[in-house]
Write a protein that binds this ligand. Structure first.
Ligand code: NAD
Length: 500
């Protein structure tokens, strides 16, 4: 991977600003053509992408195709099909006091935007914000992660080949290059990654008052209802923990299991682990590797420091960046494994007495990106969703909510803010410009009353014509109970008069 020279970075931003000022991205047909090109850029280079995922993350082709390649093309196709509808100017809802101005909402691009992405889904996480930015009519710099260098180089080469040079550029590099980018003024910044760097990005954006979207991570808990189908729960949890070797922002981080079923649940996990990896995970073609030596070392240290019982796994090979799926039973809540986002194939399981204790445990920590529940009871599900906060909430399924059509994906609190996917992404990269157009003749019949010299009769007229005030408190209280009471008195009086 060849890093972009630092001195080129301001020039790249200027070229993209000129591209925006040229006005071509305001034409929806042009945006559609760019989106179509983006789709073909992924689709026509499938093997190159799968090889790049393998090179950077040791990822099995199966996962590369099903989890990332298909998800990316499908997302682009949806945006391609929807952009005309999303970009249409909307009439404001009818209101008697303002309809004469024909109020409308124009969806306008923000300008030239910066998109910074992490290593773990190097294609999908680059393309989802990028296609939203293009659909909304922006020009964009994409900054892929230096930790997935093969994917970053491929993005650089293919974007240069498939997309308009005035609309999208890729800046390759690490901290220095990103720092240089962040010194410049942008019209929006989208950052996906960890909260430590998010603070740096936020501080840089604040200098220019740049709007920002933060897609971060966190520790996503799973709560088990003792009455649920434990085998399905164990199978889905282990699958989601092992996909991309646990390097997924919405991976289950830890499991809170009721004491009464803890033993059975652990036995299930052991059985399913053997089913998934009959010859052991080290020899399996179905397990990704950790992205870098530093991250492998970090995971090794979490395992070394745990006070919990290692039920299976715990094997590390630094050279091949291999970490085996590892089940840790009952770690101490204060140890590093339970303090930082794991982002690897280590699954802590902690016993709790009941759902209330599980909720208390979660609420004592930062808001996660997602909370998972395994339960068929709507009461159990409601108890959790009503008493916690998280970016998303998913029952009896893991990871799939990311692909659910029409749903937003975003964090809250320390798991981030702002939304990037689908129509939500289009809105994020758009400025909703309120526009009105008033007729001149209205001055003759009505609006002349607003002008000086102010008079009492004009004040009274305008106040009556335009105000939509709350009823006076006493009258409202009277009117709430008085109608049935008065009605009853009148009815009784009438009945009395007839009878007597
Ligand atoms: P990373 O190390 O690849 O870094 C992400 C980006 O930040 C890179 O482009 C990198 O160049 C840049 N960067 C790193 N240090 C910087 C610095 N000091 N100044 C400026 N830029 C810098 O990836 P990561 O941050 O380790 O990614 C993993 C994290 O991302 C996890 O926390 C995960 O949960 C989160 N994530 C969130 C989502 C989501 O949609 N919410 C998706 C994927 C990953």
């Amino acid at each position: 991977m060849q890093y972009t020279p630092l001195e080129d970075i301001p020039r790249i931003r200027e070229a993209l600003r000129d591209g925006f000022r040229s006005g071509k991205t305001k034409i929806v047909a042009f945006r559609k053509e760019q989106l179509r090109q983006l789709g073909y850029m992924v689709q026509e280079n499938k093997q190159a992408w799968l090889d790049a995922f393998k090179a950077d993350l040791g990822r099995p082709y199966f996962e590369g195709e099903i989890h990332e390649f298909i998800a990316t093309v499908t997302a682009i196709k949806d945006t391609y099909k929807s952009v005309e509808k999303w970009a249409k100017t909307e009439n404001a809802p009818f209101d008697i006091s303002s309809f004469s101005m024909h109020p409308k909402i124009r969806k306008e691009p923000k300008g030239t935007v910066l998109i910074i992405v992490p290593f773990n889904y190097p294609l999908f996480l680059s393309i989802t914000p990028l296609m939203a930015a293009i659909a909304a009519g922006n020009t964009a710099v994409l900054k892929p992660s230096e930790h997935a260098p093969t994917c970053a180089a491929l993005l650089h080469d293919l974007i240069g080949k498939y997309l308009d040079h005035d609309v999208v550029r890729v800046v390759q590099g690490g901290v220095e290059e990103t720092t240089k980018l962040l010194e410049l003024q942008w019209d929006h910044i989208s950052y996906t990654g960890n909260p430590r760097v998010a603070r740096i990005v936020s501080a840089a954006a604040a200098k220019h008052l740049t709007p920002i979207t933060l897609e971060l991570g966190g520790k996503n808990p799973v709560i088990i209802d003792p009455r649920c189908d434990l085998e399905t729960a164990a199978r889905r949890i282990l699958w989601a923990k092992c996909a991309n070797a646990g390097q997924i922002c919405v991976a289950p981080d830890y499991v809170l299991v009721p004491r009464e079923v803890q033993g059975k649940f652990i036995q299930m996990l052991k059985k399913i682990h053997e089913e998934f990896f009959p010859d052991g995970p080290a020899k399996s073609d179905s397990l990704s590797r950790i992205v870098s030596a530093a991250h492998t070392q970090r995971l090794a240290s979490l395992i070394q420091q745990t006070k919990g019982e290692i039920v299976f796994g715990g094997d590390i090979d630094m050279e091949s960046r291999y970490v085996s799926p590892t089940l840790v039973l009952n770690p101490s809540p204060g140890e590093p494994l339970m303090k930082e986002e794991i982002f690897g194939p280590i699954l802590p399981v902690l016993p709790v007495n009941d759902v209330d204790e599980a909720i208390e445990f979660i609420n004592a920590r930062d808001h996660p990106l997602v909370i998972y529940v395994f339960s068929d009871s709507s009461d159990f599900q409601a108890t959790v969703v009503d008493n916690t906060q998280s970016g998303a909430f998913a029952c009896n399924e893991l990871l799939f909510h990311v692909a659910a059509y029409g749903l937003p994906l975003g964090g809250t609190g320390l798991s981030g803010h702002g939304l990037i996917r689908g129509k939500f992404g289009f809105d994020t990269f758009s400025h909703f410009r309120g526009c009105v157009n008033q007729a001149g003749w209205l001055d003759k019949v009505l609006l002349w009353r607003r002008y000086a010299p102010y008079t009492e009769s004009n004040r009274r007229f305008l106040a009556r014509a335009t105000a939509d005030l709350f009823p006076e408190r006493e009258r409202r209280e009277w009117s709430l109970w008085s109608l049935p009471v008065v009605g009853t008195i009148v009815t009784l009086a009438a009945a009395g008069a007839l009878l007597f």
